[in-house]
Design a binder for this molecule. Structure first.
Ligand code: ADP
Ligand code: NA
Length: 328
């Protein structure tokens, strides 16, 4: 008898952006309603696989915790915790790594994307990044994993890892399924053919959850669109305006058709300001709550500590089972 259990992780990149919120965190919030066992991990071990700054990492962990809570992750309904605080993660990762062939990591997305720019300096940890992800998922015998498109391949590796371990040592892990609900892709405001991303060097391309109303207006005013004075939805032909329409629909809960018909008469300059206004409305309570929680570091630490304890309760019996199967 397998308990349905949702697991997902997010890197502690500090304050999330609008893409993280609409594309991932909002669906995490609604999964709390649908499943009784839900774990969300702030995956700090993943963050140290590339050069990083320790003081910034610590701040970013707390900012991510504050942001997830402010967005509606409820520590009474989800286990919100910090990955590195569970010793079982490290041991599990080692055991799984021992069962995987090199080539299975070699072609994975993160390695392919990031190791190139690091010019052969890519760390062993970056290479085994998807193994650690598998450990995250399997340590709790998770059955469902909400993922973005770019993570599907890593989930496939986690599925393979579960199968390989089961074959080598006996049936132990359920094969985790992807939940691909997080498909609201938010594009960059400066290049609407690219996704909105934290790593975009153009500050103006990315809306962060703590941006002030003035900053949001400025970013939308400068957003790249075309010169046609009409609102239509045509992602191929008009990626800029279509990104505005998708964002507008996502923050108001309206459909794309409703948004378009309501905004038909506006030229793009005015439309961008209307969308900025809708984004400001949507983010106002989130922003205020992040600011409030940021001033209460004690509470944030306590939430993560309690989350870690609950995660440990689930991980301990699984790890005991694994070590018996492995023979130590
Ligand atoms: P970034 O690209 O800014 O580094 P991450 O890769 O850390 O963001 O993504 C964290 C989560 O947010 C993932 O689930 C990812 O699919 C989602 N996400 C990231 N950027 C976007 C976006 N522009 N639109 C929708 N979802 C996004
Ligand atoms: Na990323």
């Amino acid at each position: 008898n397998i308990t349905a259990r949702v697991f997902s992780g997010i890197q502690p990149t500090g304050i999330p952006h609008l893409g993280n919120y609409l594309g991932a965190i909002e669906s995490w919030v609604s999964l709390q309603e649908e499943y009784s066992s839900v774990l969300y991990s702030i995956v700090d071990l993943h963050s140290i696989t590339v050069p990083q700054n320790p003081a910034e990492l610590q701040k970013n962990i707390m900012d991510m915790a504050a942001s997830l809570l402010a967005c509606g992750i409820d520590p009474n309904r989800s286990i919100l915790f910090q990955q590195s605080q569970l010793d079982e993660e490290h041991k599990m990762s080692m055991i799984l790594a021992a069962n995987l062939a090199m080539f299975q990591c070699q072609h994975c997305y993160t390695w392919q994307m990031k190791s190139g720019s690091l010019k052969n300096e890519g760390s062993v940890g970056l290479f085994t990044y998807p193994v650690l992800q598998s450990a995250d998922i399997l340590l709790y015998k998770s059955t469902h994993v909400p993922v973005g498109e770019d993570q599907v391949q890593h989930l496939e590796l986690a599925q393979d890892t579960a199968r390989i371990f089961n074959r080598n040592y006996g049936d132990c892990f359920p094969i985790p399924k992807a939940i691909l609900s997080c498909t609201k892709k938010v594009k960059s405001l400066r290049d609407p053919t690219a996704k909105m991303s934290k790593s975009d060097p153009q500050i103006i391309a990315t809306v962060n959850l703590t941006d002030s109303p003035d900053e949001i207006v400025l970013k939308f005013r400068k957003a790249v669109t075309d010169f046609t004075s009409e609102v239509t939805y045509d992602p191929e032909g008009r990626p800029g305006v279509s990104n505005m329409v998708s964002i507008h629909a996502a923050v108001t809960g309206m459909s794309v058709e409703e948004v378009v018909s309501q905004s038909m008469g506006l030229d793009t300059a005015h439309y961008k300001l209307a969308v900025a206004e809708a984004v400001i409305q949507k983010l106002a309570p989130v922003r205020a709550e992040i600011e409030r929680l940021r001033t209460d570091q004690g509470y944030l630490k306590d939430v993560l500590k309690r989350g870690t304890e609950k995660a440990k309760e689930l991980a301990t019996p699984v790890y005991q089972e694994i070590r018996r199967l492995v023979g130590f």
